[in-house]
Design a protein around this ligand. Structure first.
Ligand SMILES: C[S@@+](CC[C@H](N)C(=O)[O-])C[C@H]1O[C@@H](n2cnc3c(N)ncnc32)[C@H](O)[C@@H]1O
Length: 273
């Protein structure tokens, strides 16, 4: 893994599956309150395989969505997915780096970014760049997780250790898996006004089997498990310690286990002057 440039989650098919599972499981929680007026121009940055785009299109059926990612392969999957799921959606796809977007100042009414800032070296700079693309009075919606919010039963230092390895690998690749807690100062520092942060908590136990499967297993544990080879490859841990931590973490998805995680959803406004 090239630690300077690698994207911690990678682009394998299992990651695309994880992004779809994550979006489908969390849509009622994360997309509640996000709907854009007919005719408005909405930019989605870091759209990936279109897992969130489909909900943007569904909840704002007459908005004009422009979805951007720097991975052409992900965009091809996103295009096919939307064609299948929301064939009437008004979505234009663009391959671009979000720090060098090919758009004019004030071109958009709204911008949406989900699980993207956490992968950037300079999220504050990215936010300032995005703000210039918003018309005065336009809104930015950002959703990020924070792995420090993972609280589970049975508790285990070995399980926390493997989560810590994911956090360390993401940091080594220039990202920050603990970004959720920083959204308020980041957005204010980038010049946004009316910054409102709404924590959105997921709690799963045996009484909520869809969340145990869709979130605890297929989203969170799957994400941590996927960095095994990288963690071993750079000597962060041994195979035995890794396997012990993952085994303990999986206990949180068993019948007597529980799992809690908090996402942070921010909505902010580009000031009028
Ligand atoms: C964790 S995925 C999230 C995808 C999607 N937003 C979702 O929630 O399913 C992060 C996405 O951001 C994209 N990305 C990361 N850095 C980027 C950059 N500098 N410019 C454009 N896209 C970027 C990655 O290619 C990836 O598709």
């Amino acid at each position: 893994m090239n630690m300077k440039t690698a994207y911690v989650h990678g682009y394998l098919p299992r990651e695309a599956r994880r992004l779809y599972d994550q979006a489908d499981t969390l849509a009622p929680l994360l997309h509640a309150g996000t709907a854009y007026p007919a005719g408005s121009w909405v930019l989605e940055v870091g759209c990936g395989v279109g897992a969130q785009t489909v909900y943007l299109a569904r909840n704002s059926p007459r908005a004009r969505i422009v979805a951007v990612d720097h991975s052409e392969e992900s965009l091809a999957q996103a295009r096919a997915y939307l064609r299948e799921q929301e064939p009437d959606a008004d979505v234009t796809w663009r391959t671009a780096d979000l720090l060098h977007l090919p758009f004019k100042e004030a071109e958009f009414d709204h911008i949406f970014a989900c699980f993207v800032l956490e992968h950037l070296w300079e999220p504050g700079k990215a936010l300032a760049t995005l703000r210039r693309l918003l018309r005065p009075g336009g809104t930015l919606t950002v959703i990020e997780g924070d792995h420090g919010s993972a609280v589970f039963h049975p508790d285990s230092p070995h399980a926390h250790e493997v989560i810590g390895h994911q956090v360390r690998l993401q940091a080594a690749a220039g990202g920050n898996a603990l970004l959720g807690r920083e959204l308020q100062p980041l957005l204010s520092g980038a010049g946004f006004g009316n910054v409102v942060i709404r924590p959105r908590t997921v709690y799963a136990d045996r009484t909520r089997p869809a969340l145990v499967d869709g979130f605890t297993r297929n989203t969170f544990i799957a994400m941590v498990e996927a960095v095994r080879d990288d963690a071993l490859g750079i000597g962060l841990t041994t195979a035995a310690d890794w396997d012990r931590g993952i085994t303990d973490l999986r206990r949180a998805a068993e019948d007597d286990g529980t799992f809690h995680y908090t996402f942070f959803k921010a909505v902010a406004v580009n000031p009028m002057s």
